[in-house]
Design a protein around this ligand. Structure first.
Ligand code: AMP
Ligand code: MG
Length: 478
């Protein structure tokens, strides 16, 4: 490989602290399974540059993005984890993914580089280790949209065709996604160690997590309690941001909750068009456990699982540990409420606080629900002070609310335009991009990706779907 000039100065600078610092039960060494015809479907030049990678060189070697060729400094592993899926504990692990290593950027940041859809692993259970094109492009599109909306998320560096079929309900084109993440440590990683490891293993994981994501708490006396607090804060902030843009994750199992506070594992997720707190898109979520309105509570439920794993480290006296931990869960709720209300004030151009602001926002949401208004566009239209007939009474209160702060109306509207996106990855647009991509035309997807890079600029992508698109459903495990 060394004499191949494609690999000179391609920018890879991979480290492997996860495998080096954690006991063997945390991972398995795993070489990706080669595919027949590697070819890039989409490549993220901007992200490659930020990672210190040489896009021009890398695009000449699509084999890297299917796992046929390994970057020179990679040591691929699959990670072990468990998770509570719809409330029930299961042993899981990377059943179709390998971590190539941790890319160190020129300013010293560390990012996991993972191939998803790269073949079977010891954690595959009955799965084929593969992924289909549409769901991988879907993750690419939505994760990049989330990033440009300012929401913490894993990112997507590339999607490559495999030239092979994957068999689902029918034969589909196969693909591999290259995912970039602050780390892939999940609540489920703690669930796994808590169920199968020793206290030593747990401490190793907690210390590794602290040094990787929360180095500023390393010297706290009870750093594990601080770990819980920091995870709770980031989770509260993340879920508040989801709620503020109308994002429904769809499968908030503990294995799909990253300790870093990034959105991870884009499966049956989607953005809601019409405002309805009961929105759920996933075909398998019959009871609506992961409906839009339940996301903040599920965050608390998942944190409780995290607490249960951490208890032995928090205090040797279990009762005291429980007491401390319960206080932190209660704080999560408060952090969430504060982030959410602050975000809603920004969406409405409000710069100071009044005790009845919460009620005032609730009144707007209730009107939006009653009149089946589009969530995104209602806020966007308000940002241009547009008249919305269904909201006329509320609007008078809003105008008077804005008069009770020092900023001018124009300043308030400017602020609103920066906090209310015009462009979100609407389901009908995403589906259109995926269908055309499956038929070999990638242009529609590229145009959509371009619009999603500037979500606060008006464009043709603002329009909601025709009413007949309303019963949108998404599917898991694809
Ligand atoms: P997800 O629904 O993508 O969060 O995945 C849940 C679990 O199923 C994880 O352990 C995945 O690695 C595994 N999994 C999903 N799809 C496949 C597949 N096609 N082959 C093997 N494992 C899979
Ligand atoms: Mg998952």
């Amino acid at each position: 490989m060394s004499e191949d000039t494609r690999f000179l100065n391609d920018g890879w600078n991979l480290e492997h602290t996860y495998a080096e610092q954690l006991p063997g039960m945390f991972y398995t060494e795993q070489i990706p399974t080669a595919v027949s015809v590697p070819q890039l479907a989409v490549f993220n030049d901007e992200l490659a540059r930020d990672l210190g990678l040489n896009s021009d060189k890398l695009k000449l070697c699509p084999e890297i993005f299917t796992g046929n060729v390994l970057p020179h400094s990679s040591k691929p592993i699959s990670q072990a984890y468990a998770g509570y899926q719809f409330g029930h504990f299961s042993m899981l692990g990377d059943g179709r993914a390998v971590l190539l290593g941790e890319q160190i950027t020129s300013n010293g940041e560390r990012f996991d580089i993972q191939l998803k859809g790269s073949g079977r692993t010891p954690y595959s259970r009955r799965g084929d280790g593969r992924a289909a094109l549409a769901p991988m492009l879907r993750e690419y599109i939505i994760s990049e949209a989330m990033f440009h909306l300012g929401i913490p998320t894993t990112r997507s560096l590339a999607v490559a065709f495999t030239g092979e079929e994957v068999i689902r309900e029918k034969a589909l084109q196969g693909a591999v996604l290259t995912r970039v993440a602050a780390s892939h440590i999940r609540v489920g990683t703690f669930d796994y160690i808590s169920a199968y490891g020793t206290e030593y293993d747990l401490r190793k994981l907690a210390d590794y997590t602290i040094s990787r994501h929360f180095p500023y708490i390393e010297n706290e006396k009870n750093r594990y309690l601080f770990l819980l607090r920091e995870v709770a804060k980031r989770q509260a902030q993340l879920i508040a941001k989801w709620q503020l843009v109308g994002f429904v994750h769809g499968v908030m199992n503990t294995d799909n909750m990253a300790i870093s506070g990034e959105t991870i594992d884009y499966g049956p997720c989607a953005f809601m068009d019409t405002y309805d707190p009961n929105t759920i898109f996933s075909s398998i979520d019959i009871r609506g456990r992961y409906a839009y309105k339940n996301q903040p509570d599920i965050g608390a439920w998942n944190l409780s699982r995290f607490v249960e794993s951490l208890l032995p480290l928090i205090d040797s006296d279990e009762n005291r540990a429980i007491e401390f931990a319960q206080a932190e869960i209660a704080n999560y709720r408060k952090y969430y409420d504060d982030y959410w209300l602050a975000g809603m004030r920004a969406k409405l151009g409000i710069t100071n606080t009044e005790p009845q602001d919460g009620e005032f926002v609730a009144e707007l949401l209730s009107l939006m629900e009653t009149h089946k208004l589009d969530y995104t566009n209602t806020f966007r239209r308000l940002s241009f002070a547009e008249e919305i007939s269904e909201l006329s009474d509320w609007r008078e209160k809003w105008q008077s609310r804005l008069s009770r702060q020092p900023q001018s109306l124009d300043d308030a509207l400017d602020m609103m335009k920066r906090n209310n996106p015009a462009v979100i990855p609407r389901n009908h647009r995403v589906e259109e991009a995926l269908t055309t991509a499956e038929n070999g035309d990638l242009l529609t997807m590229h145009k959509l990706l371009d619009a999603l890079q500037n979500p606060f600029e008006d464009s043709e992508y603002y329009s909601p779907p025709e009413p007949n698109f309303c019963k949108y459903q998404t599917f898991c495990g694809t």
